[in-house]
Every structure is written in structure tokens, then in C-alpha cells.
Design a protein around this ligand. Sequence first.
Ligand SMILES: O=P(O)(O)O[C@H]1[C@H](OP(=O)(O)O)[C@@H](OP(=O)(O)O)[C@H](O)[C@@H](O)[C@H]1OP(=O)(O)O
Length: 436
Amino acid sequence: SVANANVNSNIPAIANHFGTKGRYEEVNRYLINDILSVNKSILKPVCTNSTAIHVTAIIRHGTRYPSTKNIKIMQRLYDLVLNEAMNTDKWLKDIKTKWEMWYTDDMDGKLVEKGRDDHRHLAVRLATLFPSLISEENLRAHRIRFITSSKHRCVDSIVAFQEGLLNLWKVTEVGPSHKINDELMRFFDQCQKFVEDVENNQTALEEVHLFKASAEMKRVQMKMADQLQVPYNRITPDLVEAAFFLCSYEFAIKSLNSAWCNLFDETDAQVLEYKNDLKQYWKRGYGHDINRKSSCNLFHDLFNRLDQAAREIRFGHVSEAVSIQVGHAETLLPLLALMGFFRDETALTADNFDVQNGRTFRTSRIVPYAANLLFVLYDCSEGLRLQFLLNETPQNFPDIMHQAPLYDTVRETYRELLQGCNFEKECELSRPNSEL
Ligand SMILES: O=P(O)(O)O[C@H]1[C@H](OP(=O)(O)O)[C@@H](OP(=O)(O)O)[C@H](O)[C@@H](O)[C@H]1OP(=O)(O)O
């Protein structure tokens, strides 16, 4: 329809490649027309007369402003374009005369209004998907728990999620509360080995640095310099990335297909997407063992909740029907890696961009804003079953060929992790021999 065509012309052609800065609607495109619609058809019944008895949802915060670090680079790019770009094309004139640098340092990663909506709407969709669990009755009976990372964008997200539910049920008198738990939702900060070996270690992201100096990146740099008509040496990889971020933020925050997007075609976007995936892979994914192991506590906490529900259902009453837990891309990715999801046969490195074209580790699909992992426990006559949904879509557990395997089978698959995966031990710094 004409209306749809208009809506879609506001979507940058490269919107599928924004990685962790991507819009949730790009993953579930049916939401573009109706943000509250739920794709029930893909949720086959888990068993006859299946009853969902517990869901743990681990959710990334909603759409946010850029970090101060990135705002500063965007400002540098804008200044360069204003003062040095010689091209007289309309889109560049638009940037120079109509676009304003409206991002300020104090915005530093805070949740934006669209981010609040991300969570309000997600809450309504999850309540539609699991009406017996995410229900007014369970909210009033305090059988829905809310846990969040202490970061403003996460706290604001969980409050918006609650608003979504209260609004849906027209409840005014109960104000649900939340608990801040950084041990659980920001474990990466508290894992010394991760902080020392990865976060504060320049060489841990060697592949990212190498890719920034690669032929693929050079080509995008030169193309951008040509388009702006500035000397080649003025465009660094960071400035290319800043332009890509500007395109993604203008879209995610304001739903605009901004003039900045003119700088990139599909091939360029794939290069920048890979650069972001490399960061996520080496900082939060399979790149270093400690990345995933730092999530041991979250893993155990998840299974403790499921175990508790499994125990309690024998007596007919589950005390915690729902656990809503809000964190970061840094929370979701390590857990997914620990559990073996999206593991490619070969590692993502600076020199295998071409080979990795069909990779499963693609953060644009996995962790856009408001990304969510749902673990749903069902009571079936043959036993308990566990279903995993990523971004509201069922996803098989690695090596288990069933959409909702028996809970015992899942526990068996993760036996070693369930018996080990000790956060204290994994995160301990290995001391130099002299100190032993
Ligand atoms: O590239 P920026 O500065 O935006 O990086 C952020 C992280 O964003 P991401 O790399 O995932 O796109 C941010 O993760 P989030 O899930 O909370 O958005 C992270 O918390 C923040 O510390 C920034 O990480 P960096 O280490 O400074 O790159």
C-alpha cells in the first residue's frame, strides 16, 4: 500500500546491518505495521494441554542515546563535514544546512523515549504470548519479579516495562517494584579476570584493530573521502564508524532515514557490521573463554529458578511465575555463548570477512535494542519441557533437535556447566609464580 511504501522509505536500506545499534523491528518486521502484534503461529503447542508454569526473560534495555565517547567522534565528523567537505550534492548540503548536531555529551547512553516504548510494547506482547503467567493476578500476588542492572537505561527500561503492564490491565493502585542486582546483570564488571584480560587489555581486541586497518575498511574510507570530497588522509576508520553510527542513531531514535545514510551502500554496511560483530565476538562472545564464563552466576540463577518452579509444581503452586531481568548486550551475549548458541565453526577474525559472510554470530539479529531471551517451562503429561525463544522466536538449544525438549534433556546437555562453572574460580586472577 502507499502507506506502507511511505513507512518503508523511511527505513535506511542498510538498517539490517546496525548490529547492537539496531532497531528491534528490523528483526521482527511484522512489528513495523503493528507493534503489539504477536506471531502466535510460530509458537506450536509444546504438548497437548500444555501449561506454561514459569518464564524467565533476560532483556536488553531499549533504544538509547550514544555513549559520550561516540558523541565526541560524531561531533568531530560533523565539524569536518561543515568545514572541509567540498561536494555540492543535495544530501551533503542538507547535512550542512538543515541537519543539526543535537547530541550532547550528557546524553551518555541514556534511554530515549523510543526505548521506553520498546519496553512498554514488549511487555504487552509478552503478556499476550503468556497470558497465564504475565497476568494481573500474578502481578498482584507478587509472583512476577523484576530485576535490573543499576544503569539508568536499564532501570528506566524496567519501569517502562511495568508501565506497559499496568496500562494494559488498567491497574493504578499497585506500583510494582524492582530490585537492582549488578552481580547478576552486570557480572562482567565484577569478574576480575575479564576486566584485566579483556576489558582493560588492548591486545584482547587485536582482531578489531587489525580489521580497522584492513583493505575492506580502507576501501570504505576512500569511498567516503571521495563522496565528501576531502583528502583521503582526513577520513579515519573511527570517522567512518561515526557516520555509520549517525545513520543508525537517527533511525533508531527518531525513525529518520537521515542524509548521513547516503554515505553507505549495502557492501559498506556489511564491512561496518562485521567490525561491530568482531568487537562483540572478542569482548562478549566466543573470542575469549572468560567472556562466556563470566556469566556463570546468571546461568546458575536461571536454572535455580527453573528448578524451583519444577519442584513447586509437584505441589501445585509455583511461587515465582515470571522473572523479568533487564541488562545489557554485555549480559545477553556471554550467556548465549556459555550455552553454545550462534557458535560458528571458524572464529571471526580480521582476515576472514569473506568466509564469515554466512556466519551465525550476527549481532544485528541477536542483540538489537530490547533483545530478549525467554526460557519458558511447561508442564506436560510426559514431564516438564523447556522452550527457548530469542526475540520472540523459538530457537533450538544447540545439539537438541526439538523446539521444546524435556527439561531433563536440557539439564543433561548442560550437566558439566550445572555442576561446575564457578564464577569465583573462573574470575580469579592467576597470580604470577613468584607470588605463589
Ligand atoms: O560503542 P559504544 O560506546 O556504544 O559501546 C557501549 C556498549 O554498546 P554496544 O557495544 O553493545 O553497542 C554498551 O552496551 P549496552 O548493551 O549497554 O548498550 C556498554 O554498556 C557500554 O559500556 C559501551 O561499551 P564500550 O566498552 O565503551 O564500547
